[in-house]
Design a protein around this ligand. Structure first.
Ligand SMILES: Cc1cc2nc3c(=O)[nH]c(=O)nc-3n(C[C@H](O)[C@H](O)[C@H](O)COP(=O)(O)O)c2cc1C
Length: 200
């Protein structure tokens, strides 16, 4: 696809078919992620790719749990019991159950800055990881795969640590779901540019 077409037609995908992600496609997608700009040229990112059935199931359960927490406790707007039950049912039917989960970490095992600049290194590693994530998402979409950015994964960082066993000095940024979309993703509208830009 032409780049602007890829960008403009992407949408989050939350329902996936059972079709496997081809190894060569996964490699293309991960390579695209690592082509992102990276602070200090340091590539302080780590991608833990989950394919194993038992681990996928555990992650799916965690994703349900954190979405429940979000709806029940975090959101300002209340959700009624009926909608909550519907959410649980949709998870049982496969909402967010993906053939692949990719957990993205920042990896600070090798430091580039020192002393009072350590916070800056961490913040820029996060920014670099987010750039990589967007590359990954767009590359996946270009190859006909769908993704969803599961930012709520941060609510389960400790639990995910036990399952994924990341090295020391790494920090979870997010989990991305990856697979063939069950239905054609439809791009959502955005605020008009005038609302979100200020030209000075
Ligand atoms: C930082 C971030 C965190 C997100 N976290 C979640 C999440 O935990 N669960 C979810 O279903 N979608 C999540 N999303 C997807 C957004 O809901 C989605 O991008 C938004 O509704 C706009 O829809 P679109 O991606 O189809 O354009 C997240 C997106 C971003 C960028």
């Amino acid at each position: 696809m032409e780049l602007m077409n890829v960008i403009n037609s992407r949408a989050s995908v939350r329902w996936f078919t059972d079709e496997k992600v081809k190894d060569e496609d996964l490699e293309t997608i991960l390579k695209a992620a690592t082509r992102a700009p990276t602070a200090f040229g340091a590539e302080q990112w780590l991608f833990i790719v989950v394919k194993k059935e038992d681990i996928r199931r555990k992650i799916h359960e965690i994703i349900l749990k954190i979405h429940r927490e979000y709806y029940e406790k975090a959101r300002i707007r209340k959700i009624d019991e009926n909608r909550l039950k519907k959410l649980v049912d949709r998870f049982k039917e496969g909402l967010h159950l993906a053939p692949i989960y990719i957990a993205i970490y920042i990896d600070l095992r090798e430091r580039k800055l020192k002393d009072k600049y350590l916070w800056l290194e961490e913040e820029l590693a996060k920014q670099s990881a987010c750039a990589a994530i967007e590359n990954l998402i767009l590359a996946a979409h270009n190859l006909g795969y769908g993704t969803c950015w599961i930012g709520l994964a941060l609510l389960a960082e400790e639990e995910l640590k036990e399952i994924l066993n990341p090295p020391e000095n790494t920090k979870l940024i997010t989990i991305i779901t990856l697979g063939k979309p069950k239905m054609e993703p439809k791009a959502k509208p955005r605020k008009p540019l005038e609302e979100v830009i200020k030209i000075i």
